[in-house]
Ligand binder design. Structure first.
Ligand code: GFB
Length: 350
């Protein structure tokens, strides 16, 4: 692998996986066998599950929250010992929008830390061949230079509305890297930008901005309300990725031959950003959604609500070099998500 020499200083045991393999292969490896998909009912997990269900040679293992509590270490160890998966995709997480992050900081840090620590440690003990951790672009400093490259990690203070969640996700990256360095595991991590799409949470307090605005503007049109409140000033900029693109990108990174991934990462800087490379202001987003749902009333900015970080745009050149780019553009993805919302209104999570 291209990074063989650079990893030796991190490899006191000589067991580092970064010294495996000598030939550079460019084609994807087949990801087959028993795959445990944690969080298969969430927006991202269900999108990944839809793709894996169509893949030959994959035996998908899932457990509902009621069947397996990932914050319970003994339960997680028992599950791994009994099922012995070949691969693990860790898409389970406690997630939410700016309000939920701000109001449930203890749950966001505790549950995410516990799930990551339990699953990653159990995967190591069970000899899992490959693991993929899903993180978030909020791991980067609040005022990181835009677009944010992987190297921006741990270079400055975090956005306070989601600091506890971000700390848990940073710990997840470092768990993966530490097990790789000490035990030679192949635990990877991807950091998606803000996601949206079918299966999202449309609860008005807990959701992210896209499902919230689709619902608020749809209901305002139905009820002929003269105005709709948009949180904050409308000036923050966000990058949005459709969850089907995220699922594809996750599986792309998961399937990369290790040597390929190593050629573009380092043992202590191993995560890969996943995004579109384009952002919009919240005002532009609100106007776009108003057009899609055909709402013609006033958009009123409630500046007593937080803006959060001023801009969150990922540098996706590492991902591009690894051979993937987003396909679904924002207007198309929003229209498709609105159709999904209309078709599923009776049983959307709320
Ligand atoms: O999507 P959102 O909650 O996530 O908010 P963050 C994005 C922006 O949209 C903020 C504004 O500036 C909000 O103030 N906004 C306007 C709204 N109207 C609304 C509304 O009705 N609902 C919501 N939710 N926002 C979260 C983090 O940050 O995003 C997490 O807290 C995570 O840690 C996640 O990283 C992706 O981008 O601000």
């Amino acid at each position: 692998g291209a990074k063989d020499s650079s990893c030796s200083e991190y490899n006191p045991t000589g067991r580092n996986s970064y010294s495996r393999g000598t030939t550079m292969r460019t084609e994807d490896e087949r990801l087959t066998g028993r795959i445990y998909l944690a969080g298969h009912r969430g927006m991202v997990g269900s999108a990944i599950g839809r793709r894996l269900a169509r893949t030959d040679g994959v035996e998908l293992i899932t457990r509902t929250h009621a069947e397996l509590d990932l914050t319970d270490q003994a339960a997680v160890n028992g599950f791994f010992a009994a099922t012995r998966p070949d691969h693990v995709i860790l898409a389970a997480a406690r997630v939410g929008g700016i309000w939920a992050n701000d109001h449930y900081p203890a749950e966001f840090i505790y549950q995410n830390l516990m799930m990551e620590a339990n699953v990653i440690h159990a995967a190591h003990r069970a000899g899992v061949k490959r693991l993929l951790l899903l993180g978030s672009s909020c791991i980067y400093p609040r005022l990181a230079p835009q677009p944010m490259a992987e190297e921006a990690l741990l270079t400055g203070p975090l956005e306070l509305t989601n600091e506890p969640y971000a700390i848990a996700k940073i710990a997840g990256i470092k768990l993966c890297e530490s097990y790789n360095r000490q035990y030679g595991t192949d635990f990877r991590s991807v950091m998606p930008t803000n996601l949206y799409g079918p299966g999202d949470n449309f609860d008005l307090e807990h959701s992210h901005v896209i499902p919230a605005l689709l619902r608020k503007l749809h209901e305002a049109r139905e009820q002929q309300s003269p105005r709709v409140e948009i949180w904050g000033t409308g000036t923050p900029r966000r990058e949005f990725l459709h969850v089907d693109d995220m699922a594809e990108a996750s599986l792309h990174v998961m399937r990369l031959p290790l040597e390929n991934l190593q050629a573009h990462t380092q043992p202590r800087l191993s995560h890969v950003n996943i995004g579109t490379g384009r952002d919009v202001s919240i005002r532009e987003l609100a106007e776009l959604i108003a057009g899609i749902v055909d709402y013609r009333g006033e958009l009123k900015y409630d500046t007593s609500k937080p803006d959060g970080t001023p801009q969150k745009l990922l540098d996706v050149s590492r991902l591009g070099a690894l051979g993937w780019q987003a396909r679904i553009d924002l207007p198309e993805g929003l229209k498709q998500t609105y159709t999904w919302f209309l078709d599923n209104q009776s049983f959307i999570r709320s």
